[in-house]
Ligand binder design. Sequence first.
Ligand SMILES: C[S@@+](CC[C@H](N)C(=O)[O-])C[C@H]1O[C@@H](n2cnc3c(N)ncnc32)[C@H](O)[C@@H]1O
Length: 344
Amino acid sequence: MDSLGRVNSPPAAQSILAMADLATPMSIRVAATLSLVEHAGSAGATAGQLAAKTGTREPVLRRLLDHLVTIGAFAFDPDSGHYRPTDLGAQMGQDAPQGFKILLDMACAGGRAELAFVDLLETVTTGTSAYVHRYGRDFWTDIDADPKLRRSFDEQMSWRFRDQVAQIAERLDWSRFPEILDVGGGNGTVLEAVLRAHPTLRGRVLDLAPSAAAAVERFTAAGLADRAGAVPGSFFDPIPAGADAYVLSDILHDWDDDHSRRILTECRRAAEPDGTVVVIEPILGSGTSTGMDLFMLMCFNGHERTVDELIALATGCGLHLTATTQVSDGRTALEFSPTPVDNQ
Ligand SMILES: C[S@@+](CC[C@H](N)C(=O)[O-])C[C@H]1O[C@@H](n2cnc3c(N)ncnc32)[C@H](O)[C@@H]1O
């Protein structure tokens, strides 16, 4: 793999046709969406029982199950006629420790977004996000129109940081920032970890209304309501001034350069003259891959970036780099200060 996460020499025996096969990925996603693992349980169930529980047609479901047996996700017992999830297949269950279900279930934001890859050609040809092409509106508008999608996305965000959030809270010296504004802070996963690790700090999340409400719930449940709050709003509008740190955690990679500049500029304005803008991002080649870059492109018109690309973006918005910290196994924090106008 090179420094941008590109695989230069795949194994010689790999078949390009097998790599392009959609039957298996779609079978897994349909199985997860229908909750076949949960319905079958460890004892298993017949195709007829599973069809009745999922409201599907038995003869068709049987063929799906047979393919799941072929790929090793289910086992079939000819005596009882039961299909039973294997250890591999059990990974798509709701309670599996891997937590993959929300990424596979098409009724969840992550599973739904992945399906837009079918329209990747549209993105490559016209530059339009495949997500918009498929669903008729951008990702954020789409999930905000459906509370279940929104909730599943917030859950996905907490899941993806389940190991990293404690590292982020510990590896950066947050004690320098008595008042934190977590811009696009979602349901407060990162801020909660930071405030738990640093009992004297205070903070707020700024996010779209549904996530801001979820953050308030989280802080209340965590007993942090006296030190943590949330502001519903958009980071494309002026954001509250006066915080010591403006955190952008996994925000810029959701956006193209023009939108990223608008977000950084709002943060710089709010942070002037002495605040710090803390950009936490996966970096191409360390923490993210070309595959994830394509996902960000087709879903959001977003962009996984190198450190140099992030610094160039911020510099163009009147910010200068003051520190770089590897804050978790997959994330780098870049700290920026507003550049005095005379020096820009
Ligand atoms: C990839 S998530 C990151 C969440 C959080 N910072 C974290 O690291 O877990 C991106 C966040 O940006 C928020 N967002 C999207 N558009 C926004 C906007 N215009 N203003 C404020 N937040 C927005 C989303 O609601 C979501 O919570």
